[in-house]
Structures are given as C-alpha cells and as structure tokens.
Design a protein around this ligand. Structure first.
Ligand code: NDP
Length: 433
C-alpha cells in the first residue's frame, strides 16, 4: 500500500515470498477466506523511540530505536538487535518478516521479531557503548520479557552489548536471565551460540552437497564479511577440509587461492574490531583490494555471503557463475538481490536462502531460552548435536516442499512454502481477535 511504498527492503522480501507461495494460495482458498496474506504482511506491533545519550565529549547524541514485533503465532517474538547506521524501519521490517518463517522452520516455539538502532558503534569507546545501551534499554525494557519478546544480537550487537543491555534490564526488572539470548556463557548464555549461525550454515551446505554426493574436501569457498557469521562459517569450512579463499569487510577484501589465515582474521576482526586492510600479509600471493569480494574474479566452487542485505546484485551473481560457483548458501539475511537470485536459478546451481541456511543462530538462541528456563547449562557437544539435527530437519522440510510442489531443488521456494503453511495453520487455529 501507499503507506509502505518507500520500504524497499521490506517490499523486496515480501514480493519474493508472495511469488514463492502463490502455488499454495492457488490450491486452497482457506488462506484467502482467513485473509492470511493481508494479516501476515502487517506487523502485530512496531515500537519506535528516541535514544538520547552523552558522548565522551559531553555532546548529546540522538538515535532512533526500534522493535518490530511482527508475528507471535509460533511463540514469543524472537530476533536480534542491529546497531548500524543503515538501520531503518524498512530494514527491520524485512528482517522481522524473514524471521517469522526462519523461526518456524526450526520447529521451536519462537515468533518473529527484530529491532535495533541507526547508532554506529564504530570508533565509539566502551563507555559510549555502555551509555548508549543503557539509554536504548531504558525504553525497550517496557516491551520485552523472557516469555514475551526475547532479543539477541545481530550486526553491531555482540556479547559486550548484550551484557550491557541485560544489565540495564536487570536493574529495572530483576534478574530474568531469559530476556536475552546470545549472552556470554558465564552469564548463562548457551555454549555454542556464538558459533551457531556459521556452523549451522555449513551443516546446511553439507546437506546440499550430499545431494550430489560431494563434500567440502578441497572445495574453494568465497566468504564475504568477517564478523560473527563469516568467521565461524570459515572455521567450519576449514575444519571439514574446504579452503576459504577470501573474506571481507565493508571497505576491503583479502584473498588467496591457497587459503587465508583464519587466526589472523580472528585476531584482527573478532578480537579487536580492526579493519581487513590491516591484515598482515606474510606471503606474496595474498592480496587486499579495497572493493567488494563480489567484484573480484575468483575461481571457486562455493560462495557464502555472510555480511549484509543486497550485497550480491545481478552482475555479481553472473560473475560467480562464470567463475565456476555451483553452490551458494546465505549466512546473511537477504544478501542476494532478487535479480541475483534469478541468475542463480537460471544457472540451475544449488542455492540456499538465508531464512533456511542461517537459522542455526536463532535455533540455538531458542535452546538458550530452554536452558535459562530449566536453570541448566548444556555442554557444547550437546548443543552442537542438537544444532546438527535442527539444520538437517530444516533441509528436509525445504526438500519435502520441493518434492510436493515439483520444484526441483528450488530450496528458496521450498523454505517459503513449508514455513508459510505452518504459520498460516497456526494463525487460523488462533482465530481473529
Ligand atoms: P557482525 O557485525 O559480526 O559482522 C558483519 C560483517 O559484515 C562485518 O564484516 C561487516 O564489516 C560486514 N558488513 C556489515 N554491513 C556491511 C555493509 N553495509 N557492506 C559491506 N559489509 C558490511 O554481524 P553478524 O556476523 O552477526 O551478521 C552478518 C549477517 O548475518 C547479517 O545479515 C545478519 O542479519 C545475519 N545473521 C546473523 C546471525 C547471528 O547469529 N549473528 C543469525 C542469522 C543471520 P565491517 O566490519 O566493515 O562493519
């Protein structure tokens, strides 16, 4: 409608979804009778608020804060908080919309939500981050709860931020551990949560590889980003015998066809929030270029976009095909633009949509909610075993929908159809109110 004509990211996500589920709508008019689509694309609630804080120079700064509580048919709202200057209501609505279906695919009781702020954490001191989190949470506290809306991290929000946010909540409401997930393990976060999205992505990729009787051994893998998802995806690729040939950040790409040094990436980006351009080159073949990894010609078998939305456009998708890529699995949310996805489909490569392949993070977040409610903490091995089972089940659901609707290996459509049917059924059961 006219009211969201400017929400380009949100409309992009909704349009792709509606296109995929058209076959389901056409075969059964129950969905229309219950106005399911109209209700599904409208958030149950959006909270927007002002976040005033004082920087280290005693200047007052104002940011916008948001929480989109999109759909609770499948349980308490669940989804991360993003702190990045590109955050708008449209971005958070698209992320929360995707989250509804992703969460449903995990088979765990979590609804869809997302939130965050246009605050830019880059270059801010620890005290500034704490003051910002304090102010953000003074407001958000009114709208979240361990059985109601449970945020976690996303771009720009890691364990440090989550600890400050939870600390503020605790001061105001008391020590309800389960109100955030992704907490450090000594504050009863789940073991394995930090690694879960990246590892889960590779477990999903492995399921796709198995379809063609292949494995990661010896495969060349392009990865974008060098944050939480990118780093742990890279680590698992390496562990399973693949070769990570590139990683990047918003300014630069480092690449080497023989493999890049993940310990150096960890020291640089994960431990110190430094820049890829400062990666220490110890040989002659490693290169750094100040452009996106998708603009560099690299021969590879697999591409894992793990940075942000719309990082791969049509031309960049064509470059991947030209350079031999046969598998794309999305670690980030909606990293491939619609016309890029078209290129993948036309080239008939194996393509895993983020809402299926990056669901491992939120799945382990839901396991963190279970652990907090139980007052127990499970072992890393136990959590990883469950994560592997969940990613397999997500793949099976996508595959089953592909079979039911004769979609070949269009897992993107499969994921949309399988999750749509589950959420729609719940909405119909719950009635109109
Ligand atoms: P991080 O903040 O840890 O890392 C983000 C990475 O992407 C950084 O390398 C960052 O580079 C890069 N990046 C961010 N914005 C841009 C941009 N506009 N252009 C180019 N590069 C950019 O975030 P996460 O790893 O947690 O998240 C990455 C993606 O994965 C997001 O799409 C997120 O929604 C998705 N995701 C995350 C989950 C999680 O559990 N964390 C779960 C499921 C999905 P720089 O250092 O320069 O900012």
């Amino acid at each position: 409608s006219a009211s969201n004509a400017h929400e380009t990211e949100f409309l992009q996500a909704v349009e792709a979804f509606l296109e995929a589920i058209e076959v389901v709508i056409d075969e059964d008019d129950t969905y229309q009778q219950h106005a399911i689509l109209e209700r599904m694309v409208e958030p149950e609630r959006i909270i927007t608020f002002q976040v005033p804080w004082v920087d280290d120079n005693n200047q007052i700064q104002i940011n916008k804060g948001y929480r989109v509580q999109f759909n609770s048919a499948n349980g308490p709202y669940k989804g991360g908080l993003r702190f990045h200057p590109t955050v708008t209501q449209s971005v958070l609505k698209f992320l929360a919309f995707e989250q509804i279906f992703k969460n449903s695919l995990t088979n765990l009781p979590i609804g869809g939500g997302k939130g965050g702020s246009d605050f830019d954490p880059k270059g801010r001191s620890d005290n500034e981050i704490m003051r910002f989190c304090h102010s953000f949470m003074l407001e958000l506290t009114k709208y979240v709860g361990s059985d109601y809306d449970v945020p976690s991290g996303d771009i720009g929000v890691g364990q440090r931020e989550l600890s400050y946010l939870y600390g503020t909540y605790k001061k105001l409401q008391g020590p309800h551990l389960g109100v955030f997930t992704g907490k450090p393990t000594n504050l009863y976060g789940s073991f394995g949560r930090t690694e879960a999205t990246g590892y889960g992505l590779i477990y999903f990729l492995n399921e796709m590889l198995a379809v063609t009787n292949e494995s990661l051994v010896g495969k060349k893998v392009i990865i974008s980003g060098s944050g939480n998802v990118a780093y742990y995806a890279a680590k698992k690729v390496q562990e399973l015998g693949g070769i990570v040939i590139s990683m990047s950040d918003s300014n630069a790409t480092v690449y080497n066809l023989a493999g890049i040094d993940l310990d150096a990436i960890k020291a640089l980006k994960i431990d110190h929030s430094d820049r890829i351009v400062n990666y220490q080159i110890k040989d002659e073949v490693t290169k750094i270029e100040e452009k996106s990894v998708w603009d560099i010609d690299l021969e590879a078998d697999i591409a894992l976009p793990c940075a942000t939305q719309n990082e791969i456009n049509e031309d960049q998708a064509k470059r991947l095909i030209k350079n031999g890529v046969k598998f794309v699995a999305e670690g980030a949310n909606m990293p491939t633009h619609s016309n890029g996805i078209k290129v993948f489909k036309e080239a008939a490569i194996y393509y895993a949509p983020g809402k299926a392949s990056n669901a491992g993070g939120v799945a382990v977040s839901a396991l963190e909610m279970s652990q907090n409610a139980q007052r127990l903490q499970w072992t890393t091995e136990d959590v990883d075993r469950q994560l592997q089972g969940i990613m397999k089940q997500i793949f099976v659901q996508c595959q089953q929908a592909c079979e039911d609707y004769k979609l070949g290996f269009d897992y993107a459509a499969g994921a949309d159809i399988a999750s749509f049917k589950k959420v729609a059924k719940q909405m119909i059961q719950l009635g109109i109110y």
